[in-house]
Ligand binder design. Structure first.
Ligand code: FES
Length: 244
C-alpha cells in the first residue's frame, strides 16, 4: 500500500518540486499540501498521514512548533526539509529533532544533477515513514516486560501458568515444575507444540493454582493432573491468539 504523504512548505516553487517528486513515485501518494504550521496540524489530525515533509520557517506557526504539537498529540514520522545555510533555521532543525522529528534533508539548491535531489528525497521519505523513532531500550523494555510479546518463534499453543500470590500460596510453583518435567521445557522455552510461560495473575484467583491456554482456563490444577492436561491439549489444541 502506498505511503500517504503530507507536504508542509510555504515556498510555492519548492512545494511544487516536493509534490512532483511524491507524485512520480508509485509507492507514495500525496494526501495534502499546506503552507503553514497551523494548517499542517489540522490536516495531520484529520488525515493521519504515514509521513510528513516539514519546512521549518513557516507563516502562522513555525515548523518547529508544528512538529512539537504533532509529536505530542498524534506522533507521526516527520522529515524536516530545510535550508541548512540559514543559521536560524538550522537551530530550529536541531530543536525539531529533539522534539521527535526523524531526519533532516537540505532543500534543493538548484545545481543538482537532474532528478538527483528528488531521488534522495523520496528514498529518505520512505525510510523515515518506516521509523517509529522509539529508543531501542524502550522497545526492548516493552517486548521483554509483556509476556504476550515473543522475541523468537513459539509453539503452537502457549501454557501460561500463573505463579502470582494466590497461585503461589496454593502450590503454583509445584504445578509449573510438573509442566516443565512433563513437557521437557524450562519456563520461557518452546518446542513445536508448546511454549511454557510463567505468568502473572490471570484473574482466576478463586481457582488457584491455574493456567490459561489460548482462551481456555485450566483451574484448580494439581501437579498430578499435569500429564492429562498436556495430553488433552495435544488432542484438542487451543492456539487462539498465538502469533507464531
Ligand atoms: S494469582 Fe493466579 S490467577 Fe490470580
Amino acid at each position: 500500500m502506498a505511503l500517504r504523504v503530507v507536504i508542509v512548505e510555504d515556498s510555492l516553487t519548492v512545494r511544487r518540486r516536493l509534490c512532483d517528486a511524491v507524485a512520480a513515485d508509485p509507492e507514495l501518494v500525496l494526501i495534502a499540501e499546506v503552507s503553514d504550521g497551523a494548517r499542517a496540524i489540522e490536516v495531520c489530525r484529520a488525515l493521519r498521514p504515514d509521513v510528513i515533509a516539514m519546512d521549518m520557517m513557516l507563516p502562522v506557526m513555525t515548523g518547529l512548533e508544528a512538529t512539537e504539537y504533532i509529536m505530542a498529540h498524534f506522533p507521526t514520522p516527520i522529515l524536516i526539509v530545510s535550508a541548512s545555510v540559514n543559521r536560524g533555521e538550522l537551530f530550529c532543525t536541531y530543536d525539531a529533532l529533539a522534539a521527535g522529528a526523524v531526519d533532516v534533508l537540505d532543500k534543493p539548491r538548484g545545481d543538482e544533477a537532474d532528478g538527483a535531489w528528488e531521488r534522495t528525497f523520496v528514498a529518505t521519505l520512505k525510510l523515515v515513514a518506516r521509523t517509529l523513532d522509539l529508543p531501542y531500550a524502550h522497545v526492548y523494555g516493552v517486548a521483554t516486560f509483556y509476556t504476550m510479546y515473543r522475541r523468537e518463534p513459539g509453539g503452537r499453543q502457549t501454557i501460561r501458568m500463573c505463579t502470582n500470590i494466590s497461585c503461589m500460596l496454593r502450590d503454583g510453583y509445584a504445578v509449573l515444575e510438573a509442566f516443565e518435567a512433563y513437557l521437557g521445557l524450562k519456563r520461557g522455552e518452546s518446542n513445536a507444540q508448546f511454549t511454557l510461560v510463567e505468568e502473572e495473575c490471570i484473574a482466576a484467583c478463586a481457582n488457584a493454582p491455574c493456567a490459561v491456554v489460548g482462551t481456555e482456563y485450566v483451574l484448580d490444577i494439581t501437579p498430578g493432573q499435569v500429564p492429562s492436561i498436556v495430553e488433552r491439549l495435544k488432542a484438542h489444541p487451543h492456539p487462539e491468539s498465538e502469533v507464531v
